[in-house]
Design a protein around this ligand. Structure first.
Ligand code: EPU
Length: 419
C-alpha cells in the first residue's frame, strides 16, 4: 500500500486547477445506463471511485472507453444484476439501481456494506422506488427491485438527517422513464444533483426544480445519448482553500464555481482569512490574526459534512475554542484520534467536536480511515513540524485527483512512497 510523506512547515503559494466533481461524475456515469445510445462525459476525474464505476458499467454490459478525462459509454444492452464482487468496493455503486430500474424495470444489486463514517442506510431510496410502483426485496445481501411498470407519484425523500443526495439521484433516474409525473418533496439541493438533472435533461428527460426542495419529473418514453461536462469539485476546492489557509502565503484555485464553495469561503472569512472570488477562481491569503468559529454541518447550501474533517485540521491550530457540530453523519470523527496524535486538542461530545487551538502540530505516523479524514491528516501534516507519514493512501485516491502532485505544485514537500 502506498504512503504519503509530508515534510511540514513549507509555505504554499501559486495556483492549481480544480478537477471534475467525483460526486457528480458517479451518478452521471450511472445515468448513461438509461439509454442505448452513446454518451460522452468530459472532465471525469481520474480516481479509483470513477474507475470502479466504469468497471460496474462494463460488467452490466456497457461499452466503456476512457481517454484522459473523457469517457464514452454505450449501453446498447444491459444486464440488471450487479453482484457483490463488482459493487463492494464503493458505496456509491447503489446509484446504478435507479437507472437499471428505469431502463430494465428490474435490478438486483448487492447492498453496500458498513461504512466508517456511519451506518448509511438506503431506506429512503427504496421508499422512493416503492412509491413508483416497484416491489422491493432484500435477500442474500442483495436488494432486488422490480416493477412491471413504473408510475409517477408524490414522494417525500426527507429523512431524519435531512434530504438524501444519492437517494434523490436514484429516484430521479428511475422516475425519468416512469409513466406520468413524479414529484420529489424534500429533494437534496446539492449542485451534484443539479448537474445530474442537467445531464438527464440533455438526454431528453423532463425535470424541473433541480436545486430546490421540490422536483417535478414528467416521465418520457425513452432517453437518447448526450454529451456533458462534469462540474468542478467543490469539496476538492474547499480542501485546497483550507490548505491555503493553514500554510499559504496566498494561493488561487482555478476552474471552480465560487457559488458552490460559498459555505466554505464564508467559514474561512469568519476565521479571518482574506478571500477574493470571481466566477471561476478563488484566492485565499492570510489577513492578520485568525479567530475560532462555530460550525454546523448541514445540507447544501449549508456547510458541507465533506469539509468537516478539513476544518477540524485548520481549527486545531487556530487560537481559542472552536466548536463543530456534525449533523449529517454524527459519527464522522475518525480523524480526531489521529489529529490528537499530532498534538491537537479536541474533545468529542456526541456529534460535537470542541477544538482548543494549539500553537503547533507535530509530524507523526497516522492512518487514513476515510476519504475526507485522510485529507484532514494531509492538511495537518503540511502545517506540522517534522514529517508526517499517512498510510492507507488508497482512501485519498478514491476522491482526490493527484492530490500530492497538486500540493507539490503549490510548494508542499510531499512525496508518495510506493507500497
Ligand atoms: N440517509 C438515510 N436513509 C437513506 C439515505 C440516507 O437515513 O436512505 C441518511 C444518511 O445516513 C445521512 C443523511 O441521510 O445521515 C444524508 O446522506 P445522503 O444520502 O445524502 O448521503 P449519500 O448520498 O450516500 C453523498 C456523498 C457523500 C456526502 C453525502 C452528504 C456521493 C457519492 N456521496 O452521500 O460524500 O457526504 O452525500 O452530503 O455523492 C464523500 O465524498 O466523501 C462523501 C461521503
Amino acid at each position: 500500500m502506498d504512503k504519503i510523506l509530508i515534510h511540514g512547515g513549507n509555505p504554499l503559494s501559486g495556483s492549481i486547477k480544480i478537477s471534475g466533481s467525483k460526486n457528480s461524475a458517479l451518478p452521471i456515469l450511472a445515468a448513461t445506463l438509461l439509454t442505448r445510445e452513446n454518451c460522452t462525459i468530459r472532465r471525469v476525474p481520474d480516481l479509483s471511485d470513477t474507475h470502479y464505476m466504469l468497471q460496474i458499467l462494463a460488467h452490466l454490459g456497457a461499452q466503456v472507453e476512457r481517454a484522459s478525462g473523457t469517457v464514452s459509454v454505450t449501453a446498447d444492452k444491459v444486464e440488471s444484476i450487479a453482484p457483490y464482487d463488482v459493487v463492494r468496493k464503493m458505496r456509491a455503486s447503489v446509484c446504478v439501481i435507479g437507472p437499471l430500474l428505469g431502463r430494465c424495470k428490474e435490478a438486483t444489486v448487492s447492498l453496500p456494506g458498513g461504512c466508517i463514517i456511519g451506518d448509511r442506510p438506503i431506506d429512503l431510496h427504496l421508499k422512493g422506488f416503492e412509491a413508483l410502483g416497484a416491489a422491493v426485496r432484500v435477500e442474500g445481501g442483495n436488494v432486488k427491485v422490480f416493477a412491471p411498470k413504473l408510475t409517477g407519484a408524490v414522494i417525500n425523500l426527507r429523512g431524519k438527517f435531512g434530504p438524501t443526495v444519492l437517494g434523490t439521484d436514484n429516484v430521479m433516474m428511475a422516475a425519468v422513464l416512469a409513466e406520468g409525473t413524479t414529484v420529489i418533496e424534500g429533494a437534496a439541493q446539492e449542485p451534484e444533483v443539479v448537474d445530474l438533472a442537467n445531464f438527464l435533461n440533455k438526454m431528453g428527460a423532463k425535470i424541473e426544480g433541480a436545486g430546490t426542495r421540490r422536483m417535478i419529473i414528467e416521465g418520457v418514453k425513452a432517453l437518447h445519448g448526450a454529451e456533458h461536462d462534469v462540474i468542478p469539485d467543490r469539496i476538492e476546492a474547499g480542501t485546497f482553500l483550507v490548505a491555503g489557509a493553514m500554510c499559504g502565503k496566498g494561493i488561487t484555485i482555478k476552474r471552480v464555481d465560487a457559488e458552490h464553495v460559498r459555505a466554505t469561503t464564508d467559514a474561512l472569512s469568519s476565521c479571518g482569512f482574506k478571500i477574493e472570488t470571481k466566477e471561476d477562481w478563488i484566492s485565499i491569503a492570510p489577513n492578520g490574526s485568525t479567530t475560532p468559529v462555530e460550525l454546523t454541518t448541514e445540507p447544501y447550501p449549508g456547510f458541507p459534512t465533506d469539509m468537516q474533517a478539513q476544518m477540524c485540521a485548520l481549527l486545531s491550530t487556530t487560537h481559542g475554542i472552536s466548536v463543530i457540530t456534525e449533523n449529517i453523519f454524527p459519527q464522522r470523527y475518525m480523524h480526531v484520534a489521529e489529529l490528537k496524535r499530532m498534538g491537537a486538542h479536541v474533545d468529542l461530545e456526541g456529534s460535537t467536536a470542541v477544538i482548543k487551538g494549539v500553537d503547533r502540530l507535530f509530524g507523526a505516523p497516522v492512518m487514513a480511515s476515510d476519504l475526507r479524514a485522510s485529507a484532514a491528516l494531509v492538511l495537518a501534516g503540511l502545517k506540522a513540524e517534522g514529517t508526517t507519514e499517512v498510510s492507507r493512501v488508497y482512501h485519498i485516491d478514491r476522491g482526490y485527483e493527484h492530490l500530492d502532485e497538486k500540493l507539490s505544485e503549490l510548494g508542499a514537500h510531499i512525496e508518495r512512497v510506493k507500497g
